[in-house]
Unconditional design. Structure first.
Length: 280
């Protein structure tokens, strides 16, 4: 079996950690970025020849480019780039501070865009590759109290879908992974919550507090199983543009898209009324 080389951002926990462990166990090489080495010391010790963990802050665009360039320079070829680093921010739009808004956009959206842009020249030159963007079914479905997280995911989905068309002639496949709720630190550790206002206590905007409390039941998604499906997707050709993980996530996504289509269908007459008549 051919050994692949993977570049994955945010491997300290969650999907990044699960992906990295499975890939190393099957003999692949992983360059996994982290903000500190504390949570990956065991990986560095157990797989010193096939795992490296460069420090990277995703909000530093110059550092993103430098880290990607260094990885290609050191390894010659990288088969798969997984843009995974990111976090959730909860609270009504009015409750979010300017700094919180700027930080999540810089991390989840701008950072992911710069990572992909940095990888593309290398993949063109090597004759192809695969880019996987970890999005969310929140890139298709929106919930109250999650507006800026949705803004970053809807934004990266549009970016990736457009770029997928641009780079297909170079044999570069791109996939948006849209997981549902999973038992990772995203929900039960790393989630950030705005300074909540009592005015919204009776609003749907604060419903997320129940979801973040493990006492109310854990998310149904298994990170290890989701990671396995992501890894398997690299062998699917052509690359699937979107991959939803989780039965509830798929059910909700289909329901929302069907309602969206129904709403659009009612607008046929209105839409046509703005066209310039034929022959004029």
């Amino acid at each position: 079996m051919t050994q692949r080389t993977w570049f994955i951002t945010g491997v300290s926990s969650g999907f990044g950690r699960a992906l990295t462990q499975q890939l190393l166990q099957k003999g692949d090489r992983v360059i996994g970025t982290v903000r500190s080495h504390g949570k990956v010391e065991d990986l560095l010790e157990n797989w010193p020849k096939t795992f490296s963990a460069p420090l990277l802050e995703m909000t530093d665009s110059a550092a993103v480019r430098r880290t990607v360039d260094d990885a290609w320079r050191q390894h010659g070829r990288i088969d798969v780039v997984i843009s995974n680093a990111g976090y959730g921010l909860f609270g009504a739009a009015e409750e979010l501070s300017d700094d919180e808004i700027q930080q999540i956009i810089a991390t989840n959206l701008t950072g992911a865009i710069q990572l992909i842009r940095s990888a593309l020249p290398h993949m063109r030159q090597q004759g192809g590759g695969r880019i996987i963007q970890i999005s969310s079914y929140g890139g298709q479905v929106a919930f109250p109290g999650n507006s800026l997280y949705h803004a970053t995911k809807w934004g990266i989905e549009g970016f990736v879908e457009s770029v997928a068309h641009e780079v297909a002639p170079f044999d570069i496949g791109m996939t948006l992974v849209e997981p549902g709720g999973a038992r990772t630190e995203f929900r039960y550790g790393s989630a950030r919550v705005a300074k909540l206002m009592p005015e919204y206590d009776t609003s749907p905007a604060h419903a997320f507090q129940s979801m973040l409390d493990p006492a109310n039941g854990l998310a149904p998604g298994c990170p290890e199983r989701m990671a396995a499906r992501i890894i398997e997707s690299v062998d699917i050709n052509p690359a699937p543009l979107r991959m939803v993980l989780g039965s509830k996530a798929l059910q909700n996504t289909i329901a929302v898209l069907r309602q969206r289509i129904t709403d659009f269908e009612t607008q046929r007459k209105q839409a046509a009324s703005t066209d310039i008549p034929d022959g004029r």
